[in-house]
Design a protein around this ligand. Structure first.
Ligand code: 1YM
Length: 648
């Protein structure tokens, strides 16, 4: 079996011998830049910019300017050391000419330090030269200006020493892509902004300016400069959303030729965002650096929680999934020669360099422990976040173990309390989950039995359960619901077996109603998320008041509506007395009223449940289930109000 190439060693020994001309690039451009479409076209810009970024990573350059010029030209300038212009001993021409005209597979010829190279097509400046009809390089170095021009890879004359200059050291490359090679030669400003923005985050302290000068009348410029590097990146990823805790974690340390820069902060969401880079190349498939990060995160948070007594010795450790819930992180490492990024996997999107794993683990681990000690309130929020995730995970597992022990749901008949509809077509069928038996009774009488099914749930049962979700799932009530839905739960969940495409939760607009609503939403969020995402779950909205004057009456669904109507009626006819009936619960309505106000598809008001909402319910589930009564009561009361104010 072929051994994986280790370019770092072989490269330095063989690099000069494998230089070859640029013909292959023009014959098979796709092999070098991926495609000759718009992606390949932009690749030319990345290649040149990457040279400048390499200089910046080495600490030699802090300003890069990219100009989009008329006629599809691009100019890139940096204030680095300037490409070497001295005679190259192996080729007999200048180093500049050598790197412009010789192809070197894989790496960047003759360079040390950090390199952006090594990505999918880290092919270097010569490839850009080969695929451009006009390329001009200007170098300012130690008081002199040098220049050389090229066309489709060939020098148009020797390197010229233009003369003395006061210009600071630097390099400028202008190129015009060959229209006979590219199917598309117009550069896309947005694409270039996006790339340069992310490069600016990853190369902190470097100013990257971009000027779109293609239209004289409408020039546009942008400057990216992020002094706090990947911490600024976090800000961008949060786009204004409030994080779970105030202080972002940040570290930036080097060890054994690997620079490790990590920033993270927890969000209030469940999803996590994990961006990782090696030498400024994004690694969507993660790899050794990400593994090192994850291992250290899990270990250090567990150690901390144990040390602080939040986790007891006998407690189960937090898992990787627990500690990554809601985590937003940017992991950027830079490998210095002789190390170089080794990419793995089908699409070369995963870092394989083994050294990265232990270095990231160690550096990040130490810095994280330090951060937790110095920021105790952030630490507390982070651990709480993970504990909550752990709780949800354990509840899910317990549910699988109890409710869905193999076959436990199978063969079970539909629950007796379910008043099913006669239709067997899920598309038209609706399931009303109704709180309490009396409301259930009215709903059963009032419904259209052709397509509406009613399942009364006893709120009381759920309340006394003081349910951990796993026990709640073991309850007869919830089992009935799962069976009625038809989808099963956990690993055997199958949305295609859903028996009703509309599941409508109908509870009173009072404290108990809010409570049971939270329980049911939490249940759906944790075990039937797909149904929410699919738009199957609704909240019924019964009216709050029935207003009447004489024979005329109208239902209203909010206090504002009530006031408006009263004002309207009073203005129209001051004599007749207005009668206001407040509905305290669904049970107060007779069957016809319930149908008219809440169940009739042609007149009813319903709210489609969003993931956001269900997630909120999930978060507060713990408050509701906690031991202390007072915060719970307060909470439910405020929640009950907001339930009345649902916007519809
Ligand atoms: C607008 C493009 O190419 N800048 C640039 C390139 C080089 C250097 C500086 C450089 C690198 C080194 C030493 C080194 C390159 N040099 C080489 C090679 N901007 C742009 N700025 N001195 C200068 O890495 O040792 C390749 S690129 F190989 F000649 F050293």
């Amino acid at each position: 079996m072929a051994k994986k190439q280790q370019p770092s060693q072989e490269y330095s020994a063989a690099q000069i011998d494998v230089l070859e001309g640029l013909e292959p690039v023009r014959v098979r451009p796709g092999m070098y830049i991926g495609s000759t479409g718009t992606e390949g076209l932009h690749h030319l810009v990345w290649e040149i910019v990457n040279n400048s970024i390499d200089e910046a990573m080495g600490g030699y350059c802090d300003a890069i300017v990219v100009d989009l010029l008329p006629d599809n030209r691009v100019r890139v300038e940096d204030n680095g050391r300037g490409i070497p212009v001295d005679m190259h001993p192996k080729t007999g021409v200048s180093t500049l000419e050598t790197i412009m005209t010789k192809l070197h597979a894989g790496g960047k010829f003759g360079k040390g330090g950090y390199q952006v190279s090594g990505g999918l097509h880290g092919v270097g400046i010569s490839v850009v030269n080969a695929l451009s009809t006009d390329t001009k390089v200007t170098v300012w170095k130690d008081g002199y200006e040098y220049t050389q021009s090229f066309s489709i890879g060939f020098p148009q004359g020797a390197l010229k020493k233009v003369g003395k200059t006061n210009h600071p050291n630097g390099t400028e490359v202008t190129f015009k892509p060959d229209e006979t090679i590219f199917s598309e030669t117009r550069f896309n400003r947005e694409k270039i902004y996006t790339y340069l923005r992310s490069q600016a985050y990853l190369t902190k302290g470097t100013k990257i300016e971009i000027n779109d000068l293609r239209d004289e009348k409408d020039t546009i410029d942008y400057t990216f400069f992020f002094d706090s590097g990947v911490v600024s990146y976090l800000g961008y990823l949060f786009h204004g959303e409030e994080p779970r805790h105030p202080t972002p974690f940040y570290c930036n340390y080097e060890k054994d030729n690997i620079l490790v820069e990590v920033a993270f902060q927890y969000s209030r969401n469940l999803q996590s965002t994990e961006l990782s880079f090696v030498n400024n190349i994004i690694t969507p498939g993660g790899g050794t650096h990400v593994t090192g990060f994850r291992t250290a995160l899990t270990r250090v948070l567990n150690d901390y929680a144990k040390k602080k007594g939040i986790l007891k010795e006998k407690d189960e450790n937090l898992t990787g999934d627990d500690v990554r819930e809601g985590l937003v992180t940017v992991i950027s490492i830079k490998l210095k020669a002789p190390l170089s990024p080794q990419f793995e996997g089908q699409t070369k999107e995963k870092l394989g360099t083994v050294e990265a794993r232990s270095v990231v683990d160690q550096i990040f681990g130490e810095q994280l422990a330090d951060y937790l000690d110095k920021n105790p309130s952030d630490a507390k929020a982070i651990i709480e976040n993970s504990l909550l995730a752990a709780k949800a995970r354990r509840a899910a597992k317990a549910a699988r173990d109890t409710v869905i022990r193999k076959g436990a749901l199978e063969g079970m008949t539909l629950p007796g309390k379910l008043a099913d509809c006669s239709s067997r077509r899920p598309e038209e069928s609706e399931l009303f989950i109704v709180e309490g038996d009396s409301a259930g009774g009215s709903a059963k009488q009032g419904r259209n039995r052709a397509f509406q099914a009613i399942l009364p749930l006893k709120g009381k049962i759920l309340n006394v359960e003081k349910a951990r979700l796993d026990r709640m799932l073991a309850s007869k009530e919830i089992k009935s619901l799962v069976i009625a839905l038809g989808t099963s739960i956990g690993e055997t969940f199958d949305i295609n077996r859903l028996r009703y495409h509309k599941i409508i939760i109908m509870t009173d607009a009072d404290v108990d109603g809010a409570h049971i609503m939270t329980l049911i939403l939490t249940l759906f969020f944790r075990y039937f998320k797909e149904l929410i995402e699919n738009g199957n779950v609704f909240i019924a909205k019964p009216p709050l008041y029935r207003l009447s004057r004489g024979r005329e009456f109208q239902y209203v669904y909010s206090d504002e509506q009530k006031q408006e109507l009263v004002a309207k009626w009073e203005a129209a006819n001051p004599q007749t007395k207005i009668n206001i009936q407040r509905y305290k619960g669904l049970g107060e309505m007779d069957a016809d009223q319930l149908w008219d106000t809440t169940m009739d598809p042609s007149t009813r008001v319903m709210k489609s449940v969003t993931i956001d909402e269900a997630e909120k319910a999930d978060r507060i589930f713990d408050i509701l289930m906690g031991e202390e009564v007072l915060p719970r009561r307060k909470f439910i009361q405020s929640r009950a109000r907001s339930v009345q104010n649902l916007d519809i």
